[in-house]
Design a protein around this ligand. Structure first.
Ligand code: SF4
Length: 242
């Protein structure tokens, strides 16, 4: 799976240029999980990540290139949860290194979709995520109680990595959080939209729909992302090569 490689490289470059805080994976540091999304009322909230129409995005990129995600790691650019005093711009990114996806085209595509759905199955106590698939927003209301108990992005990052690693196809996970930097969060929101466009185009290809590029609405994406056209025209002749 190379479709997201250039995007992953761009994201890592942007993040590393800002001297992020960084931690390795320690499952024992994962924050307590409720098993279901907890309702955090406004009156109990310390602040919202991405609240008040500030940028708030998430994106998930998959690669089979081990060098891009060589270990489990958490990065943070900006203030941590215990340092925030008000709503802030926010972005969360998951970079996943998967071992070879085998099976037929549909199975491979389903595997990618399953990895994306992890964001709906992490429920840290006092950390209420609201994800909107329509506009790619991921807004989080953090409770005063969780802040008092010392919740941090190191904890939340470990919670995400632990969940992703339940999928045996995933070798390494890199979770990136960005707060405070509005310009960077806006850029990352745009990157998230680009990643969604690639995934949507992949969906179209998997459905085996029109193969006339001159009339296809996905042409701008296929012109920009190396490998998509190849995938479409190979489809049907042989299993999709991920
Ligand atoms: S390869 Fe051509 S037909 Fe297929 S999705 Fe891309 S632009 Fe559309």
């Amino acid at each position: 799976m190379e479709l997201y490689n250039s995007t992953i490289s761009e994201i890592l470059e942007q993040i590393k240029a800002r001297a992020p805080k960084s931690w390795g994976y320690e499952p024992a540091r994962a924050w307590a999980d409720n098993g279901v999304n907890e309702l955090v009322l406004t009156r109990d909230a310390a602040f919202e990540l991405g609240g008040g129409n500030l940028p708030a995005s998430n994106c998930t990129c998959v690669t089979t290139e081990a060098g891009l995600v060589p270990e489990d790691r958490i990065y943070l650019v900006g203030p941590d949860l215990g340092e925030l005093r008000a709503d802030t711009p926010f972005a969360r990114i998951a970079l996943l290194h998967v071992n070879s996806i085998s099976g037929d085209d549909q199975e491979a595509f389903r595997t990618i979709r399953d990895m994306e759905f992890v964001k709906y199955h992490v429920f840290p106590q006092g950390y209420m995520m609201r994800v909107s698939p329509e506009n790619g927003r991921e807004q989080v209301r953090v409770s005063r109680q969780a802040v008092k108990r010392g919740v941090s992005f190191r904890n939340i990052g470990n919670s995400f990595i632990r969940k992703y690693k339940e999928n045996k196809l995933i070798d390494h996970v890199c979770i990136i959080f960005v707060t405070g930097d509005k310009a960077l969060c806006k850029e990352l929101a745009a990157t998230g939209k680009k990643v969604d466009a690639i995934t949507l185009t992949l969906n179209h290809i998997m459905d085996g729909l029109a193969t006339d590029c001159s009339t296809c609405s996905f042409k701008p994406v296929c012109d920009e992302v190396e490998g998509l056209k190849e995938l479409h025209f190979k489809k049907g002749a042989a299993p999709m090569k991920l």
